[in-house]
Design a protein around this ligand. Structure first.
Ligand code: F6R
Length: 619
């Protein structure tokens, strides 16, 4: 987590860095800071006395902005950082950038230095004083300790001593017009614009200025000046890299008039679903389609899906659909557990990694573990050029565009689509689906955008209902079968942005324990999209109502309100009919809106929920 940015160019670096940090704030928001290089006039000995000005503040970026407004700075070069605290509490002193004790080198760091204690110990023994409790300060101190006038040599030496992960932006007072950058296991891009050059943790930070970027690989060094960018390998030999053109529009990383990115991203889902289905249409000459056609399910005995958080929840839906359509055994594992459980995977296993960012540390570790065991790996990723996308044997991209809100919505929805598509393809390959049925499934998928639009047109009802639910201390999500596969996502969404305790259960499981928690203070959100199980879920609904709970029923099963005593306690949100397999794609829209409006009614910071960061690059 943490976001870094750097700029060197013709314009004032300060507003450019601050606006870039705004786009990276999703990566952490415990504190933010900036360092710029200020140049003095030549003194009588014809010497230039440059110095660094560092401003850093605990709290949101707005706190840093206030300081910079009170005392504006102008410089053509600078580095900035937004922090998600790992080592050392959120405080001004632990904020980045960090400096060496002689104030000659300034560093911003995203990642974790695992051997920082040993390195710090050695530097302390040499009399070097530390200002912070962070692992990152060790990098700045070490760099200054090694610096002998050759900053490139210093970067190489420092990198050889660091264990762990890092993306670094480095400035040296003696080269006040040059930025250095290096990465290992954490993302870093270099952007080129007419007025100057950038380093950043992610594309949205530079999208306002350029769509021309380089993706840095591990242990590559970038050297940026106002008009030039050069790359070197760790042996300091020049290397050529391929420039990439980003197709995202600059507006895609803006709120576009919405109060929150999350609401904007929820509203974008008809477009996202359409684009994602269209990226894999049979007969199309697209990257995604080419990848799908390379995978032959006959080569594998089983599929293992592994991911974290919502991406894991997408895997649960995927298991349900894949198993039913293809009759292949599917396991879904949390990526954070995968490598510790001696996973039963081999060359006859297809391991599917799902990740919006493509940079989640646990998912990367699971990918590497699966590869080391000889499995074939397929990733479903949103961020082009990310580590998971690059390292997997096959990669399918979701067409969600940049997702800024910490709580994922549109990327999750796009992941579901690709899992449905894989189910349909594998079912055809294994002879369980005819060509006609396959076409029909695609036709049905192509109706989903309009159906999602119909739900988005009912936001007033959902908003009204959510406003009545603000007082609940505990909310239970229940469903059966396909509905049971999507309730974990409803529950996760609610707890992460509204801080309301919630649980997801199979409807039939309540009576085996959790029903003891059902009282008049509980709300139960029940899903009903399976006609054959409607009677069953309604029995569960009656069981909780008779214990005092209120119920929100969401689904496409015909539900008649006869205003009887049971019905008086049920509110109902109808969703359009679709094939049962695809119903999670519609239910989840209601669940996202419900969580959003509960949080909005509580006045919470929806895009940046407490303690969370979007891209979890630590284990
Ligand atoms: C929840 C959420 C997280 C992520 C998880 C994995 O709304 O966003 O649970 O799903 O951290 O992140 P990615 O998909 O980037 O691997």
């Amino acid at each position: 987590m943490c976001g870094i940015i750097g700029y060197v160019g013709k314009e004032n670096a300060v507003p450019i860095i601050v606006s870039g940090l705004k786009k990276l704030e999703y990566r952490g928001y415990d504190s933010a800071g900036i360092a710029v290089c200020l140049k003095s006039e030549k003194n009588e000995k014809d010497e230039l006395k440059n110095w660094f000005k560092v401003v850093k503040q605990k709290g949101r970026l707005s706190a840093l902005e206030k300081c910079l407004q009170a005392k504006p700075l102008i410089s053509s070069i600078g580095i900035g950082h937004t922090r998600w605290a790992t080592h050392g509490e959120p405080s001004d002193v632990n904020s980045h950038p960090h400096m060496g004790s002689k104030n000659k080198i300034a560093v911003v760091h995203n990642g974790i230095i695992e051997n920082y204690r040993q390195l710090k110990e050695r530097l302390l023994n040499k009399g070097i004083e530390f200002a912070s409790q962070t692992d990152s300060e060790v990098i700045a101190q070490l760099a200054e300790y090694y610096y002998n006038g050759d900053i490139m040599e210093t970067v190489v030496k420092v990198a050889s001593r660091l264990e762990g992960s890092y993306a670094l932006g480095i400035m040296c007072l003696e080269q006040p017009d040059t930025l250095y950058a290096i990465r290992k296991d954490n993302p870093l891009i270099v952007g080129l614009s007419e007025h100057g050059n950038f380093i950043a943790s992610d594309v949205p930070a530079v999208l306002k200025h350029t769509n021309r970027v380089y993706y840095m690989e591990d242990e590559e060094i970038a050297v940026l000046n106002r008009d030039t960018v050069e790359f070197f390998n760790i042996d300091k030999e020049p290397i050529q890299k391929q420039i990439e053109t980003i197709t995202w529009s600059p507006d895609s990383a803006e709120k576009g008039g919405y109060r929150h990115f999350m609401l904007k991203e929820i509203m974008e889902q008809p477009r996202v679903v359409r684009d994602t289905v269209q990226s894999v249409l049979p007969g199309l000459n697209s990257e995604n389609r080419t990848v799908i056609e390379k995978i032959n399910i006959g080569d594998y005995d089983k599929i293992v899906v592994t991911a974290c958080g919502s991406a894991y929840n997408a895997g649960i839906v995927g298991k349900h659909v894949l198993e039913k359509m293809c009759r292949i055994p599917i396991e879904v594992d949390l990526a954070s557990e995968f490598r510790y459980k001696s996973p039963l995977v081999d060359s006859r296993t297809l391991v599917v990694l799902i990740s919006q960012s493509g940079e989640t540390a646990d998912t990367i570790a699971a990918l590497r573990e699966a590869k080391s065991l000889g499995a074939a790996t397929l990733s479903i990723v949103n961020v082009v050029g990310s580590t998971i996308a690059k390292e997997a044997d096959f990669t399918l991209y979701t067409s969600a565009g940049p997702e800024i809100a910490v709580a994922t919505t549109k990327a999750f929805t796009a992941q579901l689509i690709l899992l449905y598509v894989l189910s349909a393809e594998f079912a055809v390959q294994s002879g369980r689906l005819s060509g006609e049925e396959h076409r029909w499934l695609f036709d049905e998928m192509l109706t989903l955008p309009d159906k999602i639009t119909q739900i988005l047109e009912q936001t007033d009802d959902i908003q009204k209902y959510a406003s009545e639910c603000v007082g609940y201390k505990s909310i239970f999500f229940i469903g059966r079968n396909i509905d049971y596969s999507i309730v974990p996502e409803g529950s996760l969404k609610l707890k992460e942005i509204s801080y309301v305790h919630s649980e997801a259960y199979a409807g039939g499981e309540l009576k085996h324990g959790p029903i003891s928690l059902i009282t008049e203070d509980a709300l139960v959100v029940a899903l009903s999209n399976s006609e054959r199980l409607f009677g069953k879920i309604m029995s569960n609904v009656e069981q909780v109502i008779s214990r005092g709970a209120k119920v929100l029923l969401i689904g496409n099963c015909p539900y008649e309100d006869d205003s009887g005593p049971v019905c008086a306690k049920i509110s109902h949100i109808d969703i359009p009919q679709t094939l049962e397999y695809f119903s999670p794609s519609l239910s989840v829209i209601v669940l996202q809106l419900f969580s959003y409006y509960v949080a909005a009614n509580k006045g919470l910071d929806i895009d940046k929920p407490r303690n969370l960061a979007k891209s979890v690059t630590v284990e």
